[in-house]
Design a protein around this ligand. Structure first.
Ligand SMILES: [Zn+2]
Length: 212
């Protein structure tokens, strides 16, 4: 595997020492802690999220990740308002990029999970949420933003694979769903990125649960 690509080193320089990305809107989440000592960050986990479910825009996702979601604001919120969750990044429908947790820290996005024999994917992954649902096409701007972000991450950390939440928590989570086009992401990343879209080869039956 040849890495980094010539432009990748420059991309990697866009992160500060703790792993905050220049140019991303920063919304700090308290739902994070230290990665285990020696944990290598090798995986990107792609998620889909919309709050309220199926509705885009608004600040409910930001509120959930910062423990400020009003349970009375929507019938779907009481069940999730007390969750302590986060992700490193959120990519909105228009491609806007937000960062909640420094990449050097552990965000709480994958829950009970397993990938290639390793448990607790939060320990060794970067979590990226795409604003969307399992069954509505993600936008071109989201794919473009995601591909650039993954390349930049891979220039800084030894990222080897991108997988879906449904791949690391099969049967429990379904996001980013059938609407997510893994082949499209693989094309945008290209072989020079050194990152494998693992989900292309491992996706099985679609699990029934709708994921955060
Ligand atoms: Zn998820």
């Amino acid at each position: 595997m040849t890495r980094p690509a010539p432009d990748a080193a420059r991309c990697g320089a866009r992160f500060d020492r703790r792993g905050w990305l220049a140019g991303a809107r920063r919304v700090r989440s308290p739902n994070a802690d230290a990665r285990p000592a020696g944990a290598e960050v090798t995986l990107v986990v792609v998620h889909g999220i919309s709050l309220p479910p199926g509705r885009f825009g608004g600040d409910a996702i930001l509120r959930l990740f910062t423990n400020r979601l009003d349970p009375g604001a929507h019938p779907a919120f009481p069940a999730i308002a007390a969750l302590r969750v986060s992700a490193h990044f959120l990519i909105r429908r228009d491609g806007t990029l937000l960062q909640f947790v420094a990449c050097g820290e552990r965000a709480w996005h994958a829950g009970a999970s397993r990938w290639r024999g390793r448990e607790r994917c939060n320990d060794f992954s970067i979590g990226i949420e795409l604003e969307g649902t399992d069954d509505r096409p993600y936008t071109a701007r989201q794919y473009a933003r995601l591909a650039v972000l993954v390349r930049r991450l891979a220039a800084r950390w030894p990222i080897r694979e991108v997988a879906g939440h449904s791949d690391v928590a099969p049967g429990r989570k379904s996001d980013p769903g059938e609407a997510f086009d893994w082949a499209r992401l693989a094309r945008l990343l290209g072989p020079a990125s050194g990152v494998r879209v693992a989900a292309l080869g491992v996706r099985g039956e679609r699990p029934p649960a709708h994921g955060l």
